[in-house]
Ligand binder design. Sequence first.
Ligand code: SUG
Length: 445
Amino acid sequence: MASYEMNFDGLVGPTHHYAGLSFGNVASMGNRGKVARPKEAALGGLKKMKAVRDLGLIQGLIPPHPRPHLATLKACGFEGKYPDKIISNAYSARPDLLSMASSASAMWVANAATVSPSSDTKDGRIHFTPANLQAKVHRSIEPAVTSRLLKNIFRGERFAHHAALPNHVRFGDEGAANHTRLCVSYDKPGVEIFTFGHDMEGDNNLKPIKFPARQSKLSCELIAKSHGLDPARTVFVQQRPDVIDAGVFHNDVIAVGNGHVLLIHEEAWVEQDSVLEQLDGMLNGNLCVVQVDSDRVSVEDAVTSYLFNSQIVTGADGQMHLICAQECEQNSAVKQEIERIVKSSSNPINQVHFFDLTQSMRNGGGPACLRLRVVVDDAAFAAINPRCVLTDDLYDELCDWVTRHYRDELAHADLATPGFFDEVEAALIELAGILDIDESIYRQR
Ligand code: SUG
């Protein structure tokens, strides 16, 4: 049965704002306190989903999480008879903690889970491990709901849903953002690349100095094992610590794969040349590396433009398309490099599309951060919640839902306005109905 890649995008939640919560993510740190535009963010994300669907891919979506997250506020000791009271108590004592419990960060579903397709796994099922996201407190709230949402979307015995790894730095796991799968054909076993930032178990002392490494080698090894991957087709590679210190907090900020193509900056990995050689061997000499040298695009330009956070997708026309943030078009070195890649006959990427994802970009989330890839065949596709698969009608319905419920602007203080919790809760319960998701996920009282 023929297999193909689906892209699932995270729908931006109504509490999207700029809280500066991610130390090591230069955009998040630099935009703290800016007024956000949640409606624009969600509509921009939907537009990208529709564009990928229009290229001929099957596009799915993953809904937002319940926010502000009352259980987290209560765990911090903020009490009250009603949600508004808990929220106002938190805001007056520790406004930063209200922000943390209100983050819409679940939109970046490249961090939702690591996914291994059935052709790579021992039992022939599609395996999901939700990321524990323990490195950032606002993100460490996500795995429980992520796990429920994934089970609501990927239903039945064709899908194996694992628990997230223990919530500790030794098990730090950021999901698909640090995981790339290369293959010559989606019907055949591929090669799974796990990228880590630190190895606390071994005698490897390589680690960043300025910013934290979020992914541990141990977590990569444990996930590869529980997914039943073939060790001969699995690679563990370390991110260069100096690029983490330059703001590359996830590997998907410096490398992206699609099929047999790997677009990668020359400074991405430790011992990069030998790893690339090893990967080529595993793909029987079919690896197509598009390596970008530092003298053409610096790591700094990669971080500000998110060139390597572009999606590479194979359209129904059989061509590879680069889905970039518009920041790539605005940076002349990056723009030139894209033109070179698209024109070159030594790689199959020959189309580029730019998207306005400013709202997400300001928090360090580019096109690829917003999507989770799942390779399926028709039988697995038939077991997916059909309401979470984008159609033209669903696109219109979701745009209407966003337009009716989302605020144009959201500042930190707005999170504490009376009635905001009810406003968001009503919107998310309605969304659960639209997407056939268990609405109890959104009922917090
Ligand atoms: O975890 N930013 C996210 C961005 C995640 C990007 N994902 C990938 N590269 N796959 C993060 O740092 C910022 C939230 C704030 O500051 O308000 C934030 O969580």
